[in-house]
Structure formats: structure tokens, C-alpha cells
Ligand binder design. Structure first.
Ligand code: AMP
Length: 438
């Protein structure tokens, strides 16, 4: 077969059951995000390279798809969505009352080595909270929404939390430059402890090694005392670090109270450079890589020329959720799935049949229309799991009736057209057109 029949490395088609699962996961995410007050946002797949190069972190920048367009502009396929959200906020939403709660379903691109759960094109389900002064509340609403979503999917999961603000404040106090801080955090993220030691020892001396590696091994209970021990070193940053410690402890305690499983993980720093304080990842049973991650990125607006702002958010990897989903896709949410077989396929027949289709849709019944040999359509209907078939021939049209066959029992009856809804025993009120529209 021709080479271009294949998808490019790290990308894939989703067909059949996988496509159904994909859609189900997206719909369910939208439903839960909306129940928690989040509103949708859609941003472009391509952005200026600079939007990401400013603050996304070295690993992400290295893995970006970057290209020049025909006018010579340097563009990138988005490797993540938060930078776009901040940009969109600054451009469109500054006048909105705060807090602003946003969710997105977006595909992202990273030129990474493909492996299980790691693709070059993948989908993120994201939540962002902008401008909520009560930081604890905003972080809790994000993780609670994730928890509700994963619970609704039946996915066993837990959170690990850390705080990158503590590392940054210590490194500021040790005189470590911002670029070097990013690099150290990157090494910690990759669990390259020896490299952290070597890098710090060479550039900043033994005290830096001692302080930072000490932090990497400190549990949540000992964290407060550890910070107290470095009160002099931290100087004016001491209060802020204490606040980070308390924020983290409170976040963990409150999350547990809401039913979440969550642990403190001192070496958690995350790959993205824009995080400022609390951070966390989501782990799922059956997968050793994270299915999601997030945290605070307060004041990321400053990087793009805006004013300071409270910001927090998280993204889940849809492709990874697909890998751990135990239950199959729900497929259609319709109670009945009726195949309408139009035998009299002239203008009058179509008008008659689409009257029926329209009425069934109003009640949330899946009802596609087919023409052709009834026996063939019936065998397709049973392969695809339809519950009923409706036949519309000349006689039905003349008599204002339909012939309906129950495909599980084989029972077939002829009924008045306007008795169809009653026959299927559908609820008296039509379903709303769009369950998400409220
Ligand atoms: P990040 O933007 O790096 O914080 O990633 C957030 C989530 O996106 C991760 O926890 C993954 O679930 C998902 N993700 C990141 N990179 C990939 C990838 N290359 N392939 C599939 N999912 C990914």
C-alpha cells in the first residue's frame, strides 16, 4: 500500500469503538465541567512560536512543531493550551466578572518518541480558573471536577501533590538564576538526582546541594520544621514559603475530606516552567505514567504584558484515559435506536418518513433513514444493535400508519403513525435538544 495511507508517526485514526469511546469521554467531560460551572473556550491550533517559547519550559520547547508560514511568520502547533488561554483572556475576557472558569477539549502536538500513552498528536481535556482570590477554593474546584469525572468513568485514580514555589523561593535565596532554576527543576522532574547535585555543586556550592536535595527528601509533616531551620537563609521570603507549605497542607487535607486520594510527593515539580506554587498530577490504576497534571500559575499574565492575576488549572490526557478505561463506551445514549426503512422513496414517502424521524429525534431516539432492500437493512440493523425497525411503504403512507418490528423479539405490528411515541413508551415530555445548553 502507498506510504501516505499510513498516518504520520505518533498519530492515529480512531474508528469504530475507539471513536465511540473518544466521543463519550469528551461528552462526559463537558457534562461534568459544566456541572461545576466551567464554560467552554476554543483557541487556535497554531499560535506564534513566541507564545510558548516564553514560559512553557525547555522540554516542551524542544519538542514543539515549529514552522514558518508563507509570509515568514514563526508559528507552532500548540504543545499545550494554558498559554493560549492566558492570551485569549488578555485579548477577550479582561472585562468579565471574576472568577472566570473555562474548560477546553483540544488536540496538542509534541515531537516526542512515541510509546504507550505518548503520541505526537494527543488530546487534552483542560480546566482553568482565572481571577479567584480564594486560592484554595479554586484549586479544590479543579481537582474536584477531575475527581467527579474520573469517578463517573469508573477509573480508579489518585493525586500526588507538591509545591514548586517552595523550590523557587529557596533557589532565589541561594542566588540561583531563573534559567538555572528551570534547569534544576527539569532535572528533579526527570528524577536525575545525581545531575542535580553535580549541577548545583559546580555553580552554586555545597550549601545549595544540601538545601535542595534536603527538600527533595522531606515529607509533608517535616516540611514546616525544615523551612523554620532555614529562616535566616530565606530572609524576607520566609513568610511566603510558610504560606506555600500551609497552602499545600491545607489543599491535601481538604481534598481528602472531599473524597480524593492524595499524597504529598516532594520530588514532584512538573515539566512546565510557568507553575508558581501548588502542583499535582493524576495517576490511574494500570498506567505508570500520569493521566493528568496541573497547578497554580499565578501571574503568568505578566509574561504577556498583562496585570497580575490569580490563575490555576489542570489538563487530563484523553488518550491516556482511553488506555485505562475499563468500561467500554456507552455508545449512543438513546434508549431506543430505530432504523427507518423507506420503501416508498419518492417525494411523498420522504416527507412522510422525515415527519417520523423528526418526531423520534425530539424524544432523543436515534433514527436514521435507509432505502433499499429491507432484508439487507435488517441484517445491518441487527449488526449495529438497533432495537426496532420501522417500515414505510405505499400502504403505510396511504393509511397514515407505520409497520414497526421489535428486533429483539421479532414481533411486528402495524400502528397509527401518531401512536408511535406511545407504542415505544417514551416519556411524555420531549427531551431538551441539547443537554449541555443550560
Ligand atoms: P502536561 O501538559 O505536560 O502537564 O500534560 C498534561 C497531560 O497531558 C499529561 O498528564 C498526559 O495525560 C497528557 N499528555 C502530555 N503529553 C502527552 C503525549 N505526548 N501523548 C499523550 N498524552 C500526553
Amino acid at each position: 500500500m502507498a506510504k501516505f495511507i499510513q498516518t504520520p508517526r505518533g498519530t492515529r485514526d480512531l474508528v469504530g469503538e475507539d471513536a465511540e469511546t473518544f466521543e463519550y469521554l469528551v461528552n462526559e467531560f463537558r457534562r461534568i465541567a459544566r456541572l461545576n460551572g466551567f464554560k467552554p473556550i476554543v483557541t487556535p491550533t497554531i499560535e506564534f512560536f513566541e507564545l510558548f517559547s516564553r514560559k512553557s519550559g525547555e522540554e516542551i520547547i524542544r519538542s514543539m512543531y515549529v514552522f514558518k508560514d508563507k509570509a515568514g511568520r514563526l508559528l507552532a502547533l500548540r504543545p499545550e493550551v494554558t498559554a493560549s488561554i492566558v492570551r485569549a483572556y488578555l485579548r477577550n475576557l479582561l472585562g468579565e466578572p471574576k472568577p472566570i472558569l473555562l474548560y477546553y477539549v483540544s488536540q496538542c502536538f509534541r515531537y516526542e518518541e512515541p510509546q504507550r500513552g505518548r503520541y505526537r498528536e494527543f488530546w487534552q481535556l483542560g480546566l482553568e480558573v482565572i481571577g479567584e482570590r480564594d486560592r484554595l477554593n479554586s484549586d479544590l474546584r479543579v481537582v474536584y471536577t477531575i475527581y467527579e469525572y474520573l469517578e463517573s468513568l469508573g477509573i480508579g485514580h489518585w493525586f500526588v501533590a507538591g509545591n514548586v514555589g517552595i523550590y523557587r523561593a529557596f533557589m532565589d535565596s541561594l542566588g540561583i538564576s531563573e534559567d538555572d532554576q528551570d534547569h534544576v527543576l527539569h532535572l528533579i522532574d526527570k528524577d536525575l538526582v545525581d545531575d542535580v547535585r553535580e549541577f548545583l555543586a559546580k555553580r552554586y556550592g555545597v550549601e545549595a546541594v544540601e538545601v535542595i536535595t534536603g527538600l527533595m527528601n522531606r515529607g509533608i509533616d517535616g516540611l514546616r520544621d525544615y523551612v523554620v531551620g532555614y529562616k535566616d537563609l530565606l530572609g524576607e521570603r520566609y513568610e511566603a514559603v510558610m504560606e506555600y507549605v500551609e497552602d499545600t497542607q491545607r489543599f491535601i487535607t481538604y481534598s481528602r475530606e472531599l473524597g480524593l486520594r492524595i499524597e504529598y510527593m516532594p520530588k514532584l515539580v512538573r515539566g512546565l516552567a510557568y507553575y508558581t506554587g501548588l502542583i499535582y498530577e493524576v495517576k490511574a490504576e494500570g498506567l505508570d505514567i500520569s493521566i493528568g497534571g496541573g497547578g497554580r500559575y499565578d501571574n503568568l499574565t505578566l509574561v504577556y504584558g498583562g496585570s497580575p492575576e490569580y490563575m490555576t488549572g489542570a489538563a487530563l490526557g484523553l488518550d491516556r484515559i482511553m488506555l485505562v478505561l475499563k468500561r467500554g463506551a456507552e455508545g449512543s445514549s438513546a434508549r431506543y435506536r430505530v432504523i427507518v426503512i423507506l420503501i416508498k422513496s419518492d417525494l411523498e414517502g420522504y416527507r412522510y418518513a422525515y415527519d417520523i424521524v423528526k418526531e423520534l429525534h425530539r424524544y432523543g431516539v436515534e433514527a436514521p433513514l435507509y432505502t433499499g432492500k429491507p432484508s439487507k437493512i435488517l441484517s445491518l440493523a441487527s449488526r449495529r444493535g438497533y432495537t426496532h425497525a420501522i417500515f414505510i411503504g405505499s400502504r403505510e403512507v396511504v393509511e397514515n400508519r407505520v409497520t414497526i418490528k421489535d428486533l429483539s423479539t421479532g414481533e411486528q405490528v402495524v400502528i397509527d403513525k401518531n401512536r408511535l411515541i406511545e407504542y415505544l413508551n417514551l416519556p411524555p415530555q420531549p427531551f431538551p435538544q441539547d443537554p449541555c445548553s443550560t
